[in-house]
Design a protein around this ligand. Structure first.
Ligand SMILES: Nc1ncnc2c1ncn2[C@@H]1O[C@H](COP(=O)(O)OP(=O)(O)OP(=O)(O)O)[C@@H](O)[C@H]1O
Ligand SMILES: [Mg+2]
Length: 280
């Protein structure tokens, strides 16, 4: 049998995200001391898409905050595309990493138009000014990118973002978060404020954008069905730890009940999540 070495590049073999032994204690030495992260290890290869589920206060957002540089961990390290960024402030990571939050207004300027918001995001990724970013060819590019979202936003380029529906705003936010081709996309319950129909549309769009750009992604969700069906892997968190890391193979054929049973077996108690959605 002949063995064939497939051509690989260093960027394909180097993880996009490496989190090693991450720890964080809030209010240390006080009566409200809380160990939010108790040694988190996660590796994401280029293009991998992992969903994150867990109990209330399991440390999901805190893990994202440490990866994004919004908090500095007490121990452990964060490497993005091979670079140790553990102590690098968030604004210095902004060009490699994008986040989308639950609140659709968090990622956009509500008093600027759709086109201006997208132009600003594009300008940030290319370091060009707003005036430059708004030149005609940019406007055409923005028009085409908006049209590709399938939300009719290309017809509303001059509408203020604050007047759009939540779903439309999250579609704009997703475009803004990914227009600069980030190395890593972090989605923190980005559909939690939307109605079921808008949620479905935004999840479909997420899938489309992430697959088309092969963007390495982590998505926190309370919907266990989505956590099993979207992306390639499911990470399960409890009490500042990852208690299960379910691979694509292991996930196949797994239902929500199986995930709940796995949680119980590994965490030693039932999933206590008051926002949990068991149905798709
Ligand atoms: N800045 C902070 N100061 C003090 N405690 C904090 C801070 N941020 C988070 N915590 C606490 O750390 C724990 C983990 O919070 P985190 O927001 O990461 O949980 P989560 O898994 O995202 O939960 P949820 O599903 O409710 O969003 C919680 O007990 C929270 O109260
Ligand atoms: Mg959270």
């Amino acid at each position: 049998m002949t063995s064939q070495t497939s051509p690989t590049t260093s960027t394909d073999t180097m993880p996009t995200l490496q989190v090693l032994g991450l720890t964080k204690t809030f209010n240390p030495g006080t009566p409200v001391e809380h160990h939010a992260l108790n040694g988190i290890d996660v590796t994401l290869m280029p293009g991998e898409f992992a969903c994150v589920v867990g109990s209330n206060g399991a440390g999901k957002s805190t893990m994202f905050n440490a990866i994004a540089g919004s908090i500095i961990p007490d121990g452990g390290l964060v490497r993005i595309a091979g670079e140790n960024v553990t102590f690098k402030p968030d604004f210095k990571r902004a060009r490699t990493l994008s986040r989308v939050f639950q609140d659709p207004l968090k990622g956009t300027a509500p008093n600027l138009t759709v086109a201006e918001n997208v132009a600003l995001a594009y300008g940030r990724s290319t370091k060009s000014s707003l005036a430059f970013a708004m030149r005609r060819e940019r406007r055409e590019m923005i028009h085409d990118r908006l049209a590709s979202l399938g939300f009719g936003l290309e017809e509303r380029m001059d509408t203020k973002v604050g007047t759009l529906s939540g779903g439309q705003r999250q579609a704009v936010t997703l475009l803004m978060a990914t227009i600069g081709n980030p190395s890593l996309l972090l989605l923190d319950e980005h559909t939690a404020a939307l109605d079921p129909e808008a949620t479905r549309r935004i999840l479909d769009l997420t899938d489309k954008i992430v697959s088309a750009g092969r963007i390495t992604t982590m998505m926190i969700t309370h919907n266990l069905g989505d956590a099993l069906s979207m992306g390639d892997r499911t990470l399960v968190m409890d009490d500042g730890r990852i208690v299960a890391d379910v691979s694509a193979d292991e996930r196949r054929g797994m239902g929500v009940d199986d995930l709940l049973a796995l949680f119980r077996a590994n965490a030693g108690h039932d999933l206590d999540d008051d926002k949990v959605l068991l149905e798709k």
